[in-house]
Design a protein around this ligand. Structure first.
Ligand code: PLP
Length: 458
């Protein structure tokens, strides 16, 4: 496996670090550096996590090719690494198409998934041979017929989940079986090709029954399509596989039996999926700095039992140098963001430390906007301006198209991989198909910075 390249402006260096505490040391060192300089927020990415997730995918879902949704995290190193591992890509905008093509991804490995496409997107796809487009309504179908007559469509079929909270969004994605017949007839009339079906099961509704409905509906659409003379050969089961091996296995248990019934290998149908958070969530840790602190009167109206502080103890509002209008954009998709761990000068503290008194706290982004509340309520030791907070599992939807950092405000990303992971991966039969041109490996000696020399200059 090669990971070499010429060092250029576009080159991203990946530190290969030694030792078991390697990742934590890398974070500590960058906190130390930043404490002495700008105190800017930053990410540390562990590429080993991405590689292991891919190994796990191959273990459990080998017969399903992953197509990675670029919007989940569009940092070029991630795209290039996944491309080298052989995943395809799901793009939802012209910018995403340009990004993955610019990194050398072949047009046949790209699906344009947006359901409402601006004409320029369709034309860009047509011009660059990106033929797989997702579609769920007639207006889009006619637009595609005019601007990309060679397109191969995946019809997105609606999924009935019975999950109340998801009902509204699920209903608006994809068309009913009846609409599918109409769309297939339309496509026929317009001489457009339909090549398969896509469905997307909402993240919290991944139970076997929902998959059973979705896959059997997909089978219906395949049958209708074949009846009309289409070569139906792609089934896209969407994303939402969580970020742990347990969740992946749960999804497998839900989907495999029903796929075996309706789409066994003998049908020749390629089954693909769109795991996003799965690949990147746990690979990234976000470090942010406390820039302001307020002590506020306690709001007793929503007092909850988990308060350990006595009634007259203060509640703190901390303001951080990144918020929901930047890297914490993923809060839009999460129920809540778990409390961070605290990095106070010289000591690395666990949040639940027996010795430190804990106070009711809320964590805010820097925008002075009421919506910019990152963590509603958590218990933290008392923090000072200049302290650091570390948010783990921050890789999904923090560096993609959801976040709206101004170009210059994207936090720096430090890429690392542990030497152990690096060698184990190479022995695990993972083959990188291509050389990653813009990534260079930098071998580092174990940290020379003694831990207790890290101190807050404040
Ligand atoms: C975001 C997204 C996904 C990924 O969802 P995860 O829950 O992160 O796996 C898949 N497909 C499309 C079209 C998406 O926009």
């Amino acid at each position: 496996m090669k990971m070499k390249g010429t060092v250029s402006d576009a080159c991203h260096s990946v530190k290969v670090v030694e030792g078991s505490a390697a990742f934590q040391d890398v974070i500590d060192n960058h906190i130390y550096e930043q404490t002495l300089t700008q105190k800017s927020a930053f990410f540390v990415a562990d590429l080993g996590v991405v590689l292991w997730q891919h190994v796990r995918w191959r273990t459990h879902m080998d017969w399903i090719r992953p197509f990675y949704p670029v919007k989940s995290n569009s940092s070029p190193v991630i795209i290039e690494l996944l491309a080298a591992l052989g995943t395809g890509f799901i793009c939802a905008s012209k910018r995403e198409l340009e990004l993955v093509r610019g990194l050398g991804v072949s047009s046949k490995d790209i699906i344009l998934s947006s359901l409402c496409k601006q004409l320029s997107q369709i034309k860009y796809a047509a011009k660059n041979g990106i033929d797989l487009l997702v579609c769920d309504n007639e207006v889009e179908l006619r637009k595609i017929a005019r601007s990309h007559p060679g397109a191969k469509l995946l019809l997105q079929v609606a999924v009935m989940t019975g999950c109340q909270e998801e009902e509204e969004t699920a209903m608006s994605l994809g068309c009913s079986l009846k609409d599918c017949r109409h769309l297939l007839e339309c496509a026929k009339e317009l001489s457009l090709q339909v090549s398969g079906v896509k469905f997307q099961i909402p993240r919290h509704c991944q139970d076997p029954e929902v998959y059973t409905h979705a896959v059997s509906d997909a089978r219906c659409v395949f049958d209708m399509g074949e009846e009309l003379g289409f070569q139906m050969h792609i089934l896209d089961i969407g994303g939402g596989f969580g970020d742990t091996e347990d969740m992946l296995q749960k999804a497998k248990r839900a989907v495999k039996p029903i796929l075996d019934v309706y789409f066994p290998p003998s049908t020749g149908v390629s089954v693909i999926a769109e795991p996003g958070a799965y690949y990147v969530s746990a690979a990234f840790t976000l470090a942010v700095n406390i820039i302001t602190k307020k002590m506020v009167a306690r709001d007793c109206s929503n007092d909850s039992q988990d308060r350990v502080s006595a009634d007259d103890e203060p509640e703190f509002q901390y303001y951080m140098n990144d918020g929901v209008y930047g890297s914490f954009a993923y809060k839009l998709l999460e129920d809540s963001i778990p409390a961070p761990s605290v990095h106070k000068g010289a000591m690395y503290l666990q949040v639940v430390s027996a010795e430190e008194p804990l106070f009711s706290s809320s964590l805010w982004g820097p925008s002075s906007d009421g919506l910019d509340r990152v963590v509603e309520h958590c218990l933290l030791p008392e923090l000072s301006v200049g302290d650091w907070l570390l948010f783990s599992n921050a890789g999904a939807n923090s560096l993609g198209t959801l976040s709206c950092h101004g170009e210059e405000h994207i936090p720096h990303i430090y890429y690392t991989i542990s030497a152990g992971d690096w060698y184990e991966i190479q022995n695990s039969g993972i083959i990188l198909d291509t050389t990653m041109k813009s990534i260079s490996l930098v071998h580092c000696l174990p940290s020379t910075l003694p831990k207790d020399s890290v101190s807050s200059p404040a």
